[in-house]
Design a protein around this ligand. Structure first.
Ligand SMILES: [Mg+2]
Length: 307
């Protein structure tokens, strides 16, 4: 996310470390502690309530043996352990991020990465703003207000608009922290076409890397694809992934237009979007091999042949 446009002095590690994908943040640690504490409180409160109600029931139940005949029923003994487990599972399960049901059953789901896929952000760091930036966000990070200049990828507005009116549910899933990414999405999504926003806390951590597990979204994976510039993000479902070249400052970039015309306008021909991905990727690789499109030395070529 931090650009090569930024020159000396280099960004303070304290300001940038929380935006990237490589380390778990103090915020997420704090969130875990808070969740654990809430779980413990619920467990304690739940146990106390059960005791109180048990006593009340004993007091209120007639001791006369003929009571059963008058309509009273003997309740089954309360299974303490099993109920505690179910309460704990139903609340705050870590990395449990099923989305709300689809608004319409025929919608297909597009999961989009944010940084270097839809936008590129440059840390201000006291330097003059880079030319061509679209907007500014000032998240509060580690108690300090930090300024980022955000550049939108060419065709991003048209891309989002196209998806929203052509039967796609748009989910932005970023490994960036919410404090930063939510502000960027607020400015990017002026028309409110993004249905769901997921941040770093919804990623899984595998070998110190953040992974976006599509199986946790509650969507049919035959009707879902992810577009991401980082192959680590889709390592659990590469067959659903469309790799995209990272966007930094190339204002002649046409990747989103290419995706729109080459994949999203044609994927209706396939019952399973995984087959659509396979067809699109093999066609892209062929075009690169023939020298018609892109460069085989490009990192995106490697990502394409690995899918
Ligand atoms: Mg990215």
């Amino acid at each position: 996310m931090v650009s090569k446009i930024t020159k000396k002095p280099k960004p303070s590690p304290a300001k940038t470390r929380n935006l990237r994908r490589h380390k778990k943040t103090p915020i997420s640690k704090t969130a875990s502690v808070v969740v654990a504490s809430i779980n413990k409180s619920i467990y304690t409160c739940h146990r106390r309530l059960v005791k109180i109600f048990s006593k009340l029931v004993r007091i209120a139940t007639p001791k006369n043996k003929s009571s059963k005949k008058k309509g009273y029923k003997v309740l089954r003994k309360y299974d303490n352990d099993n109920n505690v487990v179910s309460v704990r599972r139903s609340l705050f399960q870590e990395n449990s991020i099923p989305l709300p049901p689809l608004k319409a059953p025929d919608l297909k789901t597009v999961v989009l990465d944010l940084d270097e896929t839809l936008v590129h952000s440059v840390l201000a760091n006291g330097l003059p703003p880079p030319g061509g930036y679209d907007f500014v966000v000032r998240p509060l990070l580690d108690g300090e207000r930090v300024t980022f200049y955000v550049v939108k990828r060419p065709f991003v507005d048209e891309f989002l608009e196209f998806l929203s009116v052509n039967g796609f549910e748009i989910v932005v899933f970023t490994a960036g922290i919410e404090e930063y990414a939510a502000l960027v999405l607020e400015k990017l999504d002026k028309k409110g076409v993004i249905s769901h926003k997921l941040y770093r806390a919804s990623c899984k951590e595998c070998d110190g890397r953040f992974v976006k597990d599509l199986s946790g979204l509650g969507r049919d994976l035959k009707r879902a694809v992810i577009v991401d510039d980082n192959p680590n993000s889709y390592s659990l479902q590469p067959e659903n992934a469309i790799p995209i070249r990272p966007f930094v400052d190339d204002f002649g970039d046409v990747e989103l237009k290419k995706l729109m015309d080459g994949f999203f306008k044609r994927c209706d021909e396939f019952d399973d979007l995984k087959d659509a991905v396979k067809s699109y990727v093999s066609e892209s690789v062929k075009l690169i091999d023939e020298g018609v499109l892109g460069d085989s030395k490009d990192s995106n070529y490697q990502a394409l042949i690995e899918v």
